[in-house]
Design a protein around this ligand. Sequence first.
Ligand code: DGL
Length: 271
Amino acid sequence: MEKAIGVIDSGVGGLTVAHELMRQLPKEKLIYLGDTLRCPYGPRSQEEVRSFTWEMVEFLLEKDIKMLVVACNTATAFALEDLQQKLDFPVIGVIQPGARAAIKFTQNNHVGVIGTEGTIRSEAYTKALKGINAGIHVNALACPLFVPMVEKGILHGEHAEQVVQEMLHPMKANNHIDTLILGCTHYPLLRDTIQNVIGKHVTIISSSEETAREASTILEFHNMLRQEADPPRHQFYTTGEMEIFSRIAQSIFTKPVNHFESVTIEKAVIC
Ligand code: DGL
């Protein structure tokens, strides 16, 4: 099937998921849209996140996609169910895969989750984790300063370290966790700093691997894998500044990507 996998995020964070999709499904074509202009989604209301998410989906629907990966935890928490009900192709989010991966790794059933204010407020991870294992203890913490920092391309160094120290302090102070879910797709870009601050004894989970595995399983099950032998031409779009977006993308991807374009999302009328 020549159609692409659509991938959406509020900005550059979903590129961490796109990277893993490219690794696990090298024949598949991706069309990525990051809504950098309106990032962050984390502090916004459920209604606003849902409406922005639908606007991104409308953009991708014009490009003809066969599957949608909501590579944004905030959009997954607030809009996944709605998208799954209304779209007639597979739609997957990043929360359930992240929860599954954490349950696989925890030894003491104490799992930490960090994410945006919206994701933490929704309690989507707590529900997903306890839905699988009611005995899991969840320590959830919002880290609102991480996304704006990542979108500026500040991923290492003294300032990044200081912000991560400050944000993770409440979790460190009362810390039985042996596993920490990066419940925002921007956070893997700060992974080394987060690992240094939280300590080596904590296993860090990013949901991208498990999400890509789920995409692969679903495409195979529905006989929707791309058959064409020629290499896929991915497309990456941002609603914001192309230069910083492509700089961060190039630092994530090992191979150069071949299409960056700045786009405007039209107001979508959909319900
Ligand atoms: N990457 C996003 C997430 O996974 C979004 C962050 C934001 O825009 O606040 O939640």
